[in-house]
Design a protein around this ligand. Sequence first.
Ligand code: ARG
Length: 593
Amino acid sequence: MSALPSLPPVEGSDPARSVLDSFRISIAKRVADALPPLTVEQVYAGVDFGKKGVDFTIALPRFRLPGKVDELAGKVISSFQADDYIESVSHDKAFLHFMCRTSTLVRAVLTQVHTLTHDTASGLPEYGSNELGKGKKVLIEYSSPNIAKSFHVGHLRSTIIGAFLANLYKACGWEVVSMNYLGDWGTQFGMIAIGFEKYGSQEELEKDAIKHLYSVYVQVNKDAEADPNVKIEAAKWFRRMEDGDEDALKNWRVWRELSIQKYTEEYARLNVHFDVYTGESQVGKKWQDKALERLDEMGLITDVDGAKLVDLEKWKLQKAVLRKKDGTSIYLTRDIGGAVERYEKHQFDKMIYVISSQQDLHVAQFFKILKLMEYPWADRLEHVNYGLVLGMSTRKGTAVFLDQIIREAANVMHDQMKKNEEKYAAVEDPEHTSLEIGITGIKIQDMAAKRINNYNFSWDRMKSFEGDTGPYLQYAHVRLASLARKNPELFPLPPPADVKTDTIVEPAARDIVFLLGTYPDVVKTALRTQEPSGIVTYLFRLSHAISSAWETVVVKGEQDVEKAKARLWLYSNAREVLGAGMRLLSIRPLEHT
Ligand code: ARG
């Protein structure tokens, strides 16, 4: 292929990572040339993806140029010359529509996907990634369940969304520190200590610490209903813990350790990882004291019978207790101290808390307090919130433990797979496969809509291979992977420069290619919105496009070997991008069932 026309550099574009930027620049240049005094940069910012059947569109009114839009459009159209980037322009009222030259598009996009997947300096696939966060550090806190209380679906959402954000920020060049802030402190540990004397069993504890501590907690709470002394004793016990009384802390340490062990195993199954396990217990007293002192100096604290209150009514954030009468610390104060401590330690450029919208007030309060304390980094904190999951219980009852949810997902999926006897017989490792597909089903359902929406969890939808579901996505990936296995005679494929991409002309194939080209943009948008749903939607669009091409753009049975190879290359690039998007969502793409 002859050399492509040269293009001016444009601020904010990155053709080496997103080759569609070249096509956008080419469009911008034409329009800027035809409509002075517009600059290429100005037009570039206005080159949008087109609607059905159109590659790119420009809405002329956005430039606020003098003159009628028809005349402006006329100028662009009359001076238009096709080249290897842009093939045609058309005009529809205030809109200019542009089409890319298919042969260039196919070659450029597929070559880029291939190169940035297989030939990177890091040795890792990089297609879709960018350097927006280069040199910057983000702390992302997510999951953060409470030891001894149930890991509820709200924590699962935080885990899923947080893991996605950690992957996303990494893909965008940020240095990421992922953090799990356990609810491992508070009066409830006094309760458990009291309860453990009566109901505890070392054996049960070692078998499943999370479940056992929870059951002790439930039982001692029942006792407390009948006998008010239990709560008093528990508070005393916690007071001793706060004072660092080693006797009061000994058991607690073991509970914490065993719970973390168990969680770590379950997170691994979910393909979720944390750089740091910390928790409310780890927040230094000194930081909390400092915070209180400072707020006091600023005249923001009132003393009510020995309890310390901060008045945030002025900002419609109510009054909040920062320290109890008996001097013990509370959740809010720990978050304030914790943030200060984290900054001292990590000097982050951004810190994200992935916490349910049920805690919007709490988060707004401690963000506000940090601002009032005039920490210069206080505006680097972000709350990524999310709505409720309704109706996620196991078939037998209410799911309170993470491992129950995971097991249930695997079982539901396994039963579903058994329904198709023929297919089931071909599955190599049904246990593993059903687990992975089940987890994918949960994750996709969780990330399919905007975070803030509540949603009704449905096992039926989760397990379905039809519609926009996790199983469908895994199936699409497996089908692409199997294409290579089923056509061994076409290997090795030629190097990218020798693939006969000109044979790829079908509209269905072109649709796939264009979608592959948009992936870097989809990643950037996800970073801006911090929404996984954009990636999910994209992956379904891509899977649908692949599925539409499947019958017409065939590999097996194509007589022209060069053409068959080009098509196989197209599908294998599609598979790379589908897999990359799935991994970004923390899903492990399956190679076969
Ligand atoms: N452990 C808390 C809960 O389960 C969530 C912690 C959220 N993170 C925070 N920094 N407050 O409700």
